[in-house]
Ligand binder design. Structure first.
Ligand code: GLP
Length: 251
């Protein structure tokens, strides 16, 4: 990994040659943060990018290098409405790609409920849960090609609280690869707002591929603006970006 530093910006950027190298680095980073912690609060992301990281964490857990028994996990978002048991739900995505393969107690899993009777009430419930913990110890993030974090889509503000949101056409297109067809992609979601993300003690944002290069440029080099929600991280106390060369190509 090579490091890029920026004058007067509190952002660390590590660049790897491949997505696999990035995932190995990110897994070592998460492992180091979890080491010796009794009640670690780990924020999680979905999408294809973190899958390689989760595979590394499963390997480390099965090798006894990390222990999830005392960890509480908090996911960024969930489609709404969707049945949590639906193969395309983020809950099922997490079960398939991490939860089912590590010793994480099911009662320690926290994620917006996709089939709660009222989305706005569920957002309020999740926001209270996130406020009550004060902030996760480490938030894993991906980034959308439009610069979204969680489902905080390009907006005129940085939404503070957990909220329901409509997905942009770009996000629906990007996420349709997980569905039979684009019209099956849910049009709404419940997402952590920027407040919960900014309360994280540390953030690690992973991005790979040319299609993320502009979003990464806007997140780190452009003036912070809600048109690129990830740019809020320029004000975060401790964020590291882990990128492959393609995603870092405009830095
Ligand atoms: C979804 C998720 C985001 C994720 C983004 C990028 O919109 N809500 O949390 O970062 O997709 O996904 P991918 O890593 O597949 O590019």
């Amino acid at each position: 990994m090579r490091e890029i530093t920026f004058e007067r910006k509190n952002i660390r950027v590590l660049v790897g040659k491949t997505a696999e190298e990035c995932a190995e680095f990110a897994a070592a980073f998460v492992t180091a943060q979890m080491a010796g912690q009794k009640a670690f609060k780990l924020g999680l992301a979905t999408g294809s990018t973190p899958v390689l990281l989760y595979r590394e964490l499963i390997k480390k857990n099965q090798a006894g290098e990390i222990d999830f028994s005392g960890v509480n996990t908090y996911n960024l978002d969930e489609y709404y409405p969707i049945d949590p048991k639906d193969a395309q739900s983020f809950r099922e995505f997490m079960e398939e790609n991490l939860f089912r393969h590590v010793n994480l107690p099911p009662e320690n899993i926290h994620i917006p409920c996709g089939n709660a009777p009222d989305g706005k009430e569920e957002a309020k419930r999740y926001e209270k849960e996130l406020c009550d913990i004060g902030g996760v110890d480490l938030q894993v993030l991906g980034i959308g090609s439009d610069g979204h974090v969680g489902f905080n889509e390009p907006d005129s503000i940085f939404p503070y609280e957990t909220h329901t949101t409509a997905l942009t056409e770009q996000t629906i297109r990007d996420n349709s690869r997980f569905f039979e067809s684009e019209d099956q992609v849910p049009r709404n979601a419940i997402t952590m707002g920027c407040g919960a993300i900014m309360r994280a003690k540390k953030c690690i944002l992973i991005a790979t591929g040319k299609n993320k290069a502009q979003a990464i440029h806007d997140a780190i080099l452009a003036d912070p603006a809600p048109s690129c929600q990830a740019s809020v991280l320029q004000f975060h106390q401790d964020t590291v970006f882990v990128l492959d060369e393609d995603a870092a190509s405009l830095l």
